[in-house]
Ligand binder design. Structure first.
Ligand code: SF4
Length: 449
């Protein structure tokens, strides 16, 4: 047994594992996807890379798209949907969760959203109770877009707020609107959707305890059934990274403060109807994001659009990153726009099961044994013993459960089960944070030295 003490909190864990690190063998891919599967559940993720504005902290693959480019992108997406729909593997797969993400999915017009959603319905086998989520800015959930979303059975929306504080939004984030305008937009969402998430970020510069309490209490009082709450991460290539790390115009986010704010958040939300169920997510009972819970089961993911990641037939893959190259590729060639892939060995799949599964605060290990015929407690005996003895996890019957201290270090715990230390930040479509991509505090310290 090793006594493990983590020093630098990993702000973002791997959103896919292992990484697709091999060149594409298109013949092998097509042959894999010609086989019929008996998997009944899958996730459909669609990446929309456009935003109305570029927020200073954001490292996602996103751009301010002209209408003509959005038209071309939606056309390419429809083409990609149809290519997948012709494959026997996809035809035999049920879809339990659809997620339109980005970027800002609702920066597309009502007409674009209508086209995409109609195409999804026509080309995939959606479960009767499939949870369909559309992500976006609160102000873009306009009446015409909402009409389209409702008509296509979108049951859930997710709105990026980050903070309600107008000064921080203006000075640091380059985001429009203050608290009362945002609450007006949220009220509009609430009128139409009984299920909605808001995203919040803690540890912004100038975010005092009072400001964070106000943010948190406003989010709690907003009627949101789900809260996703992240720490601020300085992502390379963003205005934040440049201002805070390179130019040192402002003090960089403080590690100890991040931990204190996280603990305060956990304690505050424990006294509400929200239940914490994953590393960054709280939900009312029965209002969890199926995209998150199913992804944690390491089931198939049909990832479409520029930079989307997927997992099909035991293969992880990543699509062409640049939206422009993605559009060009699809217009020139009529095969899947995959840029990198990797076929997983049996051991890779087991590792993926653990790394993805530990996104949940309580991981049921019985599905591991059902899938692989071996107990996770045997395959990962050393790692589980290290994490339990060091006070991060508890083994209760067939469940691995995070302790309170483990919740703080959850992404480090997940990494402990990664045999390959990945050299990119967890979000699959971000630009990365420095050399290691994992330890952004280390990176800040390096620049400060
Ligand atoms: S935070 Fe959201 S809206 Fe802002 S640039 Fe990033 S993806 Fe776009």
């Amino acid at each position: 047994m090793n006594d493990i003490c983590f020093f630098a909190r990993e702000p973002i864990g791997s959103s896919t594992y292992p990484l697709p690190d091999q060149p594409v063998d298109i013949d092998k891919t097509l042959s894999t996807l010609k086989a019929v599967t008996n998997q009944k559940k899958s996730i459909l993720y669609i990446h929309v890379p456009f935003c109305d504005q570029i927020c200073s902290f954001c490292g996602f693959t996103r751009l301010i798209g002209k209408e003509s480019m959005k038209d071309a992108y939606v056309n390419a997406l429809i083409h990609e949907i149809r290519m997948y729909a012709q494959l026997e593997y996809i035809q035999s797969l049920g879809v339990s969760s659809v997620f339109l993400g980005g970027g800002t999915a609702n920066s597309l017009s009502a007409k674009h959203l209508d086209t995409i959603l109609a195409s999804i319905k026509a080309n995939f086998t959606l479960d009767i109770d499939c949870q369909i989520t559309c992500e976006g800015t609160p102000q873009n959930f306009t009446e015409d877009r909402i009409e389209v979303l409702k008509r296509h059975n979108v049951s859930r929306v997710s709105a990026g707020i980050q903070t309600f504080n107008k000064e921080i939004r203006t000075e640091h984030l380059r985001m429009n609107y203050g608290k009362y305008e945002l609450l007006g937009h949220i009220e509009n969402i609430r009128k139409h959707f009984s299920d909605f998430n808001i995203d919040m970020i803690y540890n912004f510069p100038d975010q005092t305890d009072t400001i964070w309490d106000d943010d948190l209490n406003t989010a709690i009082g907003s009627g949101a059934t789900h809260l996703t709450i992240y720490p601020l991460v300085l992502l390379e290539g963003t205005a934040f990274y440049s201002d805070y790390v390179k130019k040192q115009k402002y003090p960089a986010p403080d590690h100890e403060r991040e931990i204190a704010l996280f603990k305060h958040t956990v304690n505050t939300l424990r006294n509400t109807a929200y239940e914490k169920y994953s590393v960054n997510d709280w939900a009312f009972p029965q209002h969890e994001s199926r995209y998150i819970t199913l992804d944690a089961e390491s089931i198939d993911v049909i990832g479409l659009g520029a930079v989307a990641h997927g997992y099909l037939g035991g293969m992880v893959y990543k699509n062409i990153q640049s939206p422009k190259e993605y559009i060009d590729f699809i217009s020139r060639k009529s095969y899947l726009p995959i840029s990198r892939q990797r076929y997983l060995s049996e051991r890779d799949k087991m590792d993926r099961h653990m790394v993805m599964g530990l996104r949940l605060d309580n991981l049921d290990l019985s599905s591991f044994e059902r899938t692989y015929g071996r107990k996770a407690q045997d395959v990962y005996a050393a790692q589980i013993a290290d994490m339990c003895e060091s006070g991060y996890l508890k083994l209760r019957d067939d469940h691995l459960v995070f302790t309170d201290e483990g919740l703080v270090w959850a992404n480090n715990v997940r990494s402990y089960f990664e045999r390959e230390k990945v050299s990119c930040v967890g979000y699959s479509d971000t630009t990365g944070i420095g050399q290691s991509g994992k330890d952004h505090y280390g990176e800040i310290a390096m620049h400060k030295a």
